[in-house]
Design a protein around this ligand. Structure first.
Ligand SMILES: Nc1ncnc2c1ncn2[C@@H]1O[C@H](COP(=O)(O)OP(=O)(O)O)[C@@H](O)[C@H]1O
Ligand SMILES: [Mg+2]
Length: 382
């Protein structure tokens, strides 16, 4: 296991190295602001963090890390934390809290995490990262955000992205991505499912661009009967090997197809707005996710049409959902309408808008930083 020890400058917190044979270790002392960058650089499986004030800033950094690396384990080294802070840390995904950085407690923690890592199904590095976007309530914006995130990830030409529209019966993600007409839809893939392989898939998907491909939802309701939940397994199995990201628009409803897709996700983003009905539905989705026995660390919440004065506050959403909101997308009515009319992603139509900046910041958290610059910074410099 690759283990990162991260502590505040001059804290000497993890200097007493435990005997951790069989693991690779990195020990870094730096300010909290550096944490996320360092995690991206080192890609540890376990991170010991200590010597920092128990602040909202610390929690938000943890949330960013868990959003980007759902399988990472974080052990917080804190002395006598307030129960409230502890609860909030646990809600972000922290499963190990140690009161001292002695060799014994580090060793015990590593042993526990190793056992968990063996029990958990490991993500294959060669397989696609599968991310679902679900609107808490119809119209909250999962389609708009999924399409723009996919377009932002595709700016990196070596990254291959497949967008699949499971928001049945009336998916419309193609409208946010392209003005091209679709040749095949999800029902066509179902018809070919028995002989589907990588080359057939490549010939059937819509090539929005060289590295951004799309499987749209069926145009007519009568074609829905072609799609069976088991087809989802095969579709994801084949596409996982050909793409880096599979972005799935799940829509707002939960039906047999979307339930099947949920279990396949590495991460579910629930897109909500700052309204009471949306929040109520978001908490129902969370409960449903828990009932399905799915890992809570894999569910995160994004707020669309963010505004400082709304029916409810971000803190209400965070309290009800038991997790921090780390992604906010501002409202851009004019931009979105123009994007739909022209069939051009909003990030391309309005490259300097606040909406576009938020999308690129988000995408760069997933795709990582290259040569010290975020994806967004690199694109701005082009
Ligand atoms: N941040 C935003 N600002 C302005 N309009 C938005 C925003 N997000 C979505 N919309 C618009 O709201 C409508 C619903 O969005 P959509 O993504 O289709 O929602 P859903 O997929 O949840 O039904 C669409 O017309 C879309 O263009
Ligand atoms: Mg939609």
């Amino acid at each position: 296991m690759h283990i990162l020890f991260f502590s505040s400058p001059d804290s000497n917190l993890f200097s007493a190295k435990a005997d951790l044979e069989g693991n690779t270790l990195a020990h870094i002392e730096a300010v909290l602001d550096k944490l996320v960058d360092i995690v991206y650089e080192h890609r540890p499986q376990l991170i010991f963090i200590g010597g920092f004030a128990l602040s909202d800033e610390l929690l938000s950094k943890l949330q960013i890390i868990y959003d980007a690396f759902p399988n990472v384990e974080i052990a917080l080294c804190v002395i006598d934390p307030e129960p409230d802070f502890l609860m909030r840390a646990i809600r972000t995904g922290v499963r190990e809290v140690i009161g001292s950085s002695t060799q014994a407690s580090i060793k015990e923690t590593v042993a526990r995490v190793s056992v968990r890592a063996k029990n958990n199904k490991k993500l294959d590095a060669n397989e696609a990262r599968i991310i679902g976007f679900m609107s808490a309530k119809g119209g909250d914006g999962s389609t708009c955000i999924a399409a723009n995130i996919a377009s932002a990830l595709a700016k990196h030409k070596e990254t291959r992205i497949l967008v699949i529209d499971f928001s049945l019966p009336f998916g419309d993600i193609e409208m946010f991505l392209t003005s091209q007409k679709q040749t095949n839809d999800l029902a066509d893939f179902s018809d070919e499912i028995d002989r589907l392989d990588a080359s057939l898939m490549d010939s059937m998907v819509e090539h929005v661009s060289d590295n951004l491909h799309l499987i749209a939802s069926p145009l007519s309701v009568d074609r829905l009967i072609h799609i069976k939940p088991t087809h989802i397994d095969r579709l994801i199995e084949v596409s996982s090997k050909s793409y880096d990201y599979i972005i799935i628009d799940i829509g707002a409803g939960i039906d047999p197809i979307s339930i099947h897709a949920l279990a396949k996700l590495h991460q579910l983003i629930v897109v909500a707005t700052m309204t009471v009905p949306s929040l109520k539905r978001a908490t129902q989705v969370l409960r449903y996710w828990q009932e399905l026995g799915l890992d809570e660390n894999r569910l995160s919440i994004a707020v669309n049409r963010f505004q400082s004065k709304a029916d409810i506050k971000i803190s209400d959403i965070e309290k009800a959902m038991g997790r921090r909101v780390v992604h906010y997308l501002p409202q851009d009515n004019v931009g979105v309408q123009e994007s739909l009319l022209k069939g051009i992603p909003l990030i391309d139509l309005k490259p300097n808008s606040e909406f576009t900046k938020s999308i690129f910041n988000w995408a760069s958290e997933w795709s990582g930083k290259v040569q010290g610059k975020s994806l967004w910074q690199r694109l701005k410099n082009r």
